[in-house]
Design a protein around this ligand. Structure first.
Ligand code: GLY
Ligand code: MN
Length: 427
């Protein structure tokens, strides 16, 4: 028996989906990685989510094993003297369902010849049946996608810390303050409000930097008249929030900024309203692309019928990413599709990494954006392809505009969607 009831439930759900007879499974937590050329220094440990979901343990090198005839065993490395000296690690007797890591080899050799799936981070020297591994991974993703009460409690705690960060940040935004200063204050407020970590590299992009999708903040000072794009979230107990907001640096949007902001906000609100059980993520993405494109046509930046502009991928000049991704156990949670389903051939869906129908309990980010990205707008092939569809002179004048992204985390329910991050103002 695992020590926590929610692990018992998750493991039972995975075993029920897998329907194994002779096959066995190991799921690796992953190992600490040394920094090249830096002696005993290690990168921060990021546990593999497939292991963490089923074991809720952060110990590097652990391997969870499953034999349908005998159940689950978590092979956990013993604490070394060095770890006790340098890290203060405390050795514990193996708990229920735990065994010393040294016993893993014996467990595997007692089952040699049986098909073996290797999930998580593959432990060294273990040879997987690739086809079985991919099949079980797809089925485990389906189990992981609807969040359970324990997961939701941690996500709500991450949201509370994220809200505290945005609340602390807002009054600090003004000309002259640096991106770095805002990052530091935002992250400090996350930690003061209970965060264990940031969910991903905090994005603070001012002016043209707001058009860099994963911008890393630096020493640049904000200037009056510019936009500021923040994309940041806190992590608690392995679970995260992922939120973006775009603000005018001096407190007021210019009319052009306001018009584009309103297009993105309307697309975001319409997309959130579509997050109902049964909705396909591919349809969410297409509908958002059409909404944004319609807005750009109304503002005169694009010319033509919005649906056919999306068919011809004109929207991707300004909206080059997906409408969202599953979120929870990490900032990209259980991506992918439905096992056995073919990817869409629609040109606007070729790059979609999450392609599935929404179910109650799933949490998804909704994050439309409009950006002016020189790397795309200056590309001769795109300029030629969309020659008559874009007001290129106007685009040229908006070269330094940056971008606007508005992102919330949405919980799909049996009824109306719940906006988990609704406490972070957008107006
Ligand atoms: N928050 C960053 C991203 O979703 O890509
Ligand atoms: Mn996101």
């Amino acid at each position: 028996m695992p020590p926590k009831p929610y692990l018992d439930r998750r493991r039972a759900a995975a075993a029920a989906r897998w329907e194994l007879r002779d096959e066995v499974v190991v799921i690796g937590a992953g190992d600490l990685l040394g920094k090249p050329g830096r002696g005993d220094q290690k990168y921060p440990f990021h546990v593999h989510p497939e292991y963490f979901y089923l074991a809720d343990r952060l110990r590097p090198g652990s391997v969870l094993a499953f034999d349908p005839a005998e159940g689950w065993t978590d092979f956990v490395p013993e604490v070394t003297e060095d770890e006790r000296v340098w890290e203060g690690a405390v050795p514990a007797d193996p708990g229920p369902g735990e065994a010393p890591h040294a016993e893993l080899d014996g467990w595997l050799s007692a089952r040699s010849g049986r098909p073996l799936a290797v999930l998580g981070a593959p432990p060294a020297g273990v040879e997987a049946d690739e086809e079985l591994t991919e099949r079980l991974r797809g089925l485990l993703s389906m189990v992981r996608r609807p969040k359970d009460d324990e997961e939701l409690a941690r996500m709500r705690a991450a949201v509370r810390a994220t809200e505290a960060g945005y609340a602390a940040l807002r009054p600090l935004i003004r000309p002259g303050v640096t991106e770095r200063a805002l990052q530091v204050e935002l992250e400090a407020a996350f930690f003061r409000a209970g965060a264990d970590a940031t969910a991903y590299g905090t994005i603070v992009g001012s002016g043209p930097n707001a058009a860099v999708l994963h911008f890393e903040p630096g020493a640049r000072a904000l200037r009056a008249g510019e936009l500021l794009l923040i994309d940041a979230g806190a992590e608690v107990g392995g679970y995260v929030a992922d939120v973006s907001r775009t603000y005018p640096v001096d407190g007021r949007f210019t009319p052009e900024q306001q018009a584009l902001y309103d297009v993105v906000l309307a697309a975001e609100e319409a997309s959130i309203a579509r997050c109902r059980a049964g909705t396909e993520v591919r349809d969410l993405h297409l509908a958002a692309a059409v909404d944004l494109t319609r807005g750009l046509v109304e503002l005169g930046l694009l010319r033509g019928d919005p649906e056919s502009l999306v068919e011809q991928e004109a929207h991707s000049l300004f909206f080059p990413h997906g409408i969202g991704h599953l979120v929870g156990l990490g900032v990209r949670d259980a991506a992918g599709g439905v096992p056995g389903r073919k990817p869409s051939e629609h040109p606007a869906l070729k790059k979609l990494r999450t392609d599935l129908p929404l179910e109650p309990g799933m949490a998804i980010t909704i994050e439309p954006g409009i950006y002016f990205i020189p790397a795309l707008l200056d590309d001769p092939a795109r300029r030629e392809r969309h020659r008559d569809q874009v007001d290129w002179d106007r685009v040229e004048r908006l070269r330094d505009f940056g971008g606007i992204r508005i992102e919330d985390d949405v919980l799909v329910t049996a009824g109306d969607p719940e906006i988990l991050t609704a406490g972070i103002p957008k107006r």
